[in-house]
Ligand binder design. Structure first.
Ligand code: NAP
Length: 397
């Protein structure tokens, strides 16, 4: 089966379906090597990884083995890597990419993404933390990081450059940056029928930026950052009913849904049968009614919750309650309103109505957002972390 591709805004082609390669740390790294080789045999040409996944050596080895046995040439492969937050300082960006390339034994990546719009303190630690176990952020503006990404493209070490986990405002900061040389070609974000990202998708399309969906199958609750409490996407009755009607699996329908709305889909599997199954999404068509029904499943629900996220998530808010305000108390069910950071960098505070249950904080509705001075954002955040309410005089709607 031949895989279709999308033309990026810099002219390069990106296959619409990619193999995801991030797995819980307990999974043997040799599994990813086997999976990539199997995937190449099945027909995949797009592989998604990152410095952070600590598997680039194995992926590079798999690609080289398949080049050596004549299955593919380097130019047939589309390989994505990502810049981790500890390398945001412009002088570290190229070094970080070179480290990935050395591990991969490749001379270029096809796509290099800023992994998160959140800079972390440079150093060996992936998650630099202070004595209290709090993440230490850096103060680099990601627009400066972007300029270093542009230099990676100019140097030929990355064919294309893009971003990941950026919201619209963060994308706009790059797009409106004076002297912008290259637009991001894509924004890779969590996207599936429970979080269909329709507004972000519309915006990306309007800017000729491809949206790439991760967790398109609902991810895996065994992962460190994936919520254990959410409903399992692939068990959704509506998704299953559509799958049964087409004599397909729910995973195939979830992937096909993305392709038909112009979204590049990533699917991670290290299981040979499922690697094959996930690739068989090009020979059937969902009807417009199916697409509408799947759109109707959206509930703005994230599987990825407690990461160095562009916005402190409802889940981390819950941790704030537990760890700093009421360490030993069960949080009672209540409704409240508070201000949340949507982004360290874009410096938007967002007022959100939320409901606290014992295990999670469920956002009910957004009630407005307000830009704040970048210089103030860290003090707001530290107040927020200490559980203090923000002084209302400083927030002007
Ligand atoms: P995913 O692809 O939505 O789901 C992976 C899970 O689904 C695995 O447990 C896999 O198990 C299972 N699975 C795969 N095919 C299946 C099928 N046909 N039927 C039933 N279960 C199936 O989740 P993800 O790995 O979180 O996301 C995909 C990729 O996106 C990642 O691997 C990574 O490359 C990328 N990603 C990027 C970011 C970012 O911040 N940019 C964040 C998360 C992920 P088996 O392996 O056992 O089949």
């Amino acid at each position: 089966m031949k895989l279709c591709s999308v033309k990026l805004n810099d002219g390069f082609l990106m296959p619409m379906l990619g193999l995801g390669t991030s797995a819980p740390s307990k999974v043997a790294k040799s599994d990813v090597e086997e999976a990539v080789m199997k995937a190449i045999d099945v027909g995949y040409r797009h592989f998604d990884s990152a410095y952070f996944y600590l598997n680039e050596e194995e992926i590079g080895r798999a690609i080289w083995k398949k080049i050596a046995d004549g299955s593919v040439k380097r130019e047939d492969i589309f390989y994505t890597s990502k810049l981790w937050g500890t390398f945001f300082r412009p002088e570290l960006v190229l070094t970080s990419l070179e480290t990935s390339l050395r591990k991969l034994q490749l001379s270029y990546v096809d796509l290099y993404l800023i992994h998160f719009p959140v800079p972390l303190k440079p150093g060996e630690e992936l998650f630099p933390k202070d004595r209290n176990g709090e993440l230490i952020f850096d103060t680099v503006d990601f627009c400066t990081t972007w300029e270093a990404m542009e230099r990676c493209k100019d140097a030929g070490l990355a064919k294309s450059i893009g971003v990941s986990n950026f919201n619209r405002k963060q994308l706009e900061r790059i797009l409106n940056k004076p002297g912008l040389k290259y637009k991001p070609v894509c924004n890779q974000v969590e996207c599936h029928p429970y979080l269909n990202q329709s507004k972000l998708l519309e915006f990306c399309k309007s800017q000729d930026i491809v949206l790439t969906a991760y967790a398109a199958l609902g991810s895996n609750s065994g992962k460190e950052w994936v919520s254990k409490n959410n409903p399992v996407l692939l068990e959704d009755p509506v998704l299953n009913a559509i799958a049964a009607r087409h004599r397909r699996t729910p995973a195939q329908v979830a992937l096909r849904y993305q392709l038909q709305r112009g979204v590049v889909a990533l699917a991670k599997s290290f299981n040979p049968k499922r690697i094959q199954e996930n690739f068989q999404v090009l020979d059937f068509q969902l009807t417009p009614e199916d697409m509408d029904t799947l759109d109707g499943l959206n509930r703005n629900m994230r599987y990825f919750v407690d990461t160095v996220c562009p916005r402190p998530t409802p889940f981390s808010l819950c941790r704030v309650h537990r760890s700093t305000r009421n360490p030993n108390r069960t949080v009672p069910e209540k409704q409240a309103t508070c201000w949340l950071f949507t982004s360290m960098e874009a410096c938007f505070l967002q007022r959100i109505h939320y409901r606290v249950t014992q295990w999670c904080v469920v956002p009910i509705r957004l009630a407005g957002s307000v830009p704040v001075q970048r210089e103030n954002s860290f003090s707001y955040l530290s107040q927020f972390k200490r559980g203090l309410s923000l002084p209302s005089t400083e927030i002007v709607l």
